[in-house]
Design a protein around this ligand. Structure first.
Ligand code: TXD
Length: 319
């Protein structure tokens, strides 16, 4: 049977890691695209040789031409520039918006049926713009941020409680940025919500607040340490989980940046919400009953995303 085709647009730190994970997990054949000549060809040749040792048989190839992504089932976009220390995600806006215009054109021409996962920052605005440029159906294009943000939250919680990360679930709503909304009520250890764990004496509210802040700053903490780029291993794992749910019709309930037009009172925005990802892409957006405080935090976050989208519209008359 024909293997699914996975096109990775952007062959940098995340793109290379995505190719490795797609190979190790036998998700399909991989085409890595980048504008830098030799980079995607070199990385995929290296990875293909690793297949002889690791035992994966996926076909991996690199290209500098959009024709190479023709007929892709999944497209994962990391093209653009990452943050440098001191730079906010929003500083990236003008550079990466131009990149999204080119990538959108490529997807429209060569991969109109693909499930598209955008990772490029500032995430929520870039996925909104990419959808416009690609003229792609809303349920077939999402942004990756919530899986990563909740993975960070789960990691810090598992360290605090000294329990397996597997038994920690965590929910994060809203935009990927300083206004993200971690949701303690819907985050649990083996089904026990965090507020209960505070009552049970497993942690204190103060400690929990610190963990929430560290989660919000999770990306910046890594940028500060690396100095020459941003996180890439966990972001790649997160996007691969989303791609796998689509390709295998797993119907995982994952926090993703989805097109929201109605739920949560939000109109025409990409923002982080829990969603069911299956063979049709976003099959359902889960609308939680929020408290007034949670709703206010989500509205603030959605407002920040809206502001970035307005800035994009001013920069590019096609939007
Ligand atoms: O949670 C999240 N969404 C994120 C997002 C978590 C971590 C990092 N996040 C963002 O992903 C980050 O801020 C960047 O915007 C992207 C990609 O991060 P990565 O670390 O992979 O960046 P690299 O290593 O600089 O790779 C980017 C590649 C590089 O090889 C460029 O040559 C290429 O993108 N590039 C392009 N490819 C195709 N087409 C165009 N126009 C282009 N411009 C640059």
């Amino acid at each position: 049977m024909a293997q699914p085709k996975i096109a990775l647009i952007g062959g940098g730190q995340i793109g290379g890691t995505l190719a490795l994970l797609a190979g190790l997990k036998e998700l399909g054949n991989v085409v890595l695209f980048d504008i830098v000549e030799g980079l995607p060809q070199g990385k995929t040749l290296d990875l293909a040789q690793g297949g002889a040792v690791e035992g994966y048989n996926a076909h991996l190839s690199g290209t500098n031409s959009y024709e190479g992504i023709a007929g892709a089932d999944v497209v994962i976009v990391t093209a653009g520039v990452p943050r440098k220390p001191g730079m906010s995600r929003d500083d990236l806006l003008s550079i990466n918006l131009k990149v999204m215009a080119a990538v959108g054109e490529g997807i429209k021409t060569y991969a109109p049926n693909a499930f598209v996962i955008c990772i490029t920052n500032p995430l929520d605005a870039m996925v909104w713009a990419l959808r416009q440029f690609a003229n792609h159906p809303a349920e077939k294009i999402v942004g990756m941020a919530g899986v990563l943000d909740s993975a960070r939250f789960r990691h810090f919680l598992s360290e605090e409680f000294k329990v397996s990360k597997e038994d920690v679930t965590a929910f994060v709503l809203g935009g990927h940025g300083d206004t993200m909304v971690p949701m303690p009520r819907f985050s649990t250890v083996a089904g026990i919500p965090l507020p209960e764990l505070v009552k049970m004496g497993w942690t204190t509210q103060e400690k929990l607040d610190q963990i929430i802040q560290r989660t919000r700053d999770g990306g910046a903490e890594i940028v500060g340490l690396l100095k020459t780029g941003s996180a890439f291993y966990a972001p790649a794992s997160s996007a691969i989980q989303m791609a796998e749910s689509y390709l295998k019709d797993q119907k995982r309930v994952l926090p993703v940046a989805a097109y929201v037009d109605g739920p949560y009172g939000i109109k025409d925005l990409y923002v982080g919400v829990p969603a069911v990802i299956g063979e049709n892409g976003v099959e359902r957006i889960v609308e939680l009953q929020l408290t007034a405080e949670e709703k206010a935090a989500l509205d603030k976050s959605a407002g920040a995303v809206q502001g970035l989208i307005e800035a994009c519209k001013k920069m590019d008359p096609r939007l």
